[in-house]
Design a binder for this molecule. Structure first.
Ligand code: SAM
Length: 398
């Protein structure tokens, strides 16, 4: 299969679903006979059947097993106690770090639900440490405009035990959510993980090639809805690659619904249309009156979909007085602060500094977080940035 060469370098990442269990319990039960190692390299080079396990140093409750380790029939997976989720894909919910004072949360582009269920796990973790029940205070609204993908999302939310925390807005376009609506008055944090080129996905080159997972291994209960190429009509963004969990293939496989007609089908114009759509979503998120935190992420390696969207959004915020600024590295949650791959210097250097000062541009570069594939860290290519808005008062400069 076409994934072979890269899959060997890609560990099986597993997020422990702390809504249902704990890392300690899973280590004691499911992985009792596994040998722990501090070295991710050791796990990556181990054969798929060997029992090596690495506890991640950046994301809580995340472990790595050897590439292709097959747990898709394991009880822990089928019961929702463990979730296959690439390390990089865990960055956004961890970086957003929704806390009790943040109120309700919107996941704007939610299916299949990796980040939605991660958000729910973070909420329930915070709540249990404070001895309160999160659902009495906080709620997650998960938007997914594609009805079929929304079905998968609902199944994943249920399996993860997150129903009481999450309302799935299936078939609903986030752009049609009214920021001023009564139900959105307490939305304090938004996670934005829009459709992108998917160029960071493992097993995929930079170019717009099409890879479908070789097995029907989506979410166990929805495997039957897979394998067919899907047609979407009249959507503003063509040719995006959206992630779906694929336990037997790559850590997160993609479905590309409308492959480009030729390999060179103008990557540039494709990126232009994707980034215009991504910026539109981000600007919309910035309009929610009670919002104080936003994360923006893609599984793309292209600056046009990443740093450049961030710069455009900051310029928009400053031009319109919305008061958003970048979440600086030193303000980030511990594991993200420590993560060494930051915004691409070349992406930042190419940004015309007409409206943003050199200092802002440098701060943004350091604030942005990237993951690169094939570097021995075992992640996919990924990008995430955080935005914050401080309380009332003068809009901040950065
Ligand atoms: N966050 C998901 C996860 O971690 O499992 C992956 C999201 S995938 C990259 C992007 C998703 O956003 C797709 O399912 C797509 O159908 C959906 N989407 C794209 N535009 C949207 C919009 N305007 N409103 C709601 N959902 C949208």
């Amino acid at each position: 299969d076409g994934h072979q060469t890269t899959e060997h370098e890609h560990p099986r990442w597993i997020r422990i679903n702390t809504i249902k269990t704990s890392l300690e319990t899973v280590l004691r039960t499911t992985f009792a006979d596994y040998q722990q190692t501090d070295s991710i390299a050791e796990v990556i080079k181990a054969p798929s059947t060997s029992k090596y396990l690495h506890i991640d140093a950046h994301i809580p409750d995340l472990i790595a097993l050897p590439p292709r380790a097959d747990l898709s029939k394991h009880r822990a997976y089928l019961s929702g106690n463990i979730i296959f989720q690439d390390k990089a894909s865990c960055f956004p919910a961890y970086l957003l770090n929704p806390e009790a004072e943040d109120g309700d949360i919107i996941d704007a582009c939610a299916a299949p639900g990796n980040k939605t269920t991660h958000l729910a796990a973070v909420l329930s973790r915070h709540a249990s440490s404070q001895d309160t029940h999160p659902s009495t205070h906080q709620h997650i609204f998960a938007f997914e405009r594609d009805k079929r993908r929304a079905i998968t999302l609902t199944k994943m939310v249920t399996l993860a035990g997150a129903d009481s925390l999450v309302t799935v807005k299936g078939g609903k376009d986030f752009l049609t959510a009214d920021p001023e609506a009564h139900e959105n008055r307490n939305v304090g944090a938004l996670l934005l993980d829009p459709s992108c080129s998917g160029s960071g996905i493992v097993g995929r080159d930079d170019g717009p090639t099409l890879h479908l997972p070789s097995t029907a291994a989506e979410h166990p209960s929805t495997a039957s809805s897979r394998g067919k190429k899907r047609k979407r009509k009249a959507l503003p963004v063509p040719k995006a690659a959206d992630e779906i969990p694929a336990p037997s293939t790559t850590a997160e496989a993609e479905v590309e619904e409308d492959p480009p007609s030729s390999p060179s089908e103008d990557l540039k114009s494709r990126l232009e249309s994707l980034s215009a759509f991504q910026l539109k979503l981000l600007k919309h998120a910035m309009r929610f009156p009670a919002a104080r935190k936003i994360t923006y992420s893609t599984c793309s390696i292209h600056p046009e979909e990443n740093e450049h969207v961030v710069f455009n959004a900051l310029e928009h915020s400053s031009a319109t007085g919305l008061g958003w600024r970048i979440l600086r590295r030193e303000e980030q949650v511990d594991g993200m602060k420590r993560w060494h791959v930051r915004g691409a210097v070349q992406a930042v250097d190419s940004w015309p500094r007409e409206q943003l000062s050199r200092e802002v541009v440098t701060t943004v570069q350091e604030a942005c977080i990237r993951c690169e594939k094939g570097t021995g860290e075992g992640t996919m290519g990924f990008f995430v940035a955080g935005f914050v808005r401080d309380g009332d008062g003068d809009p901040p400069a950065v």
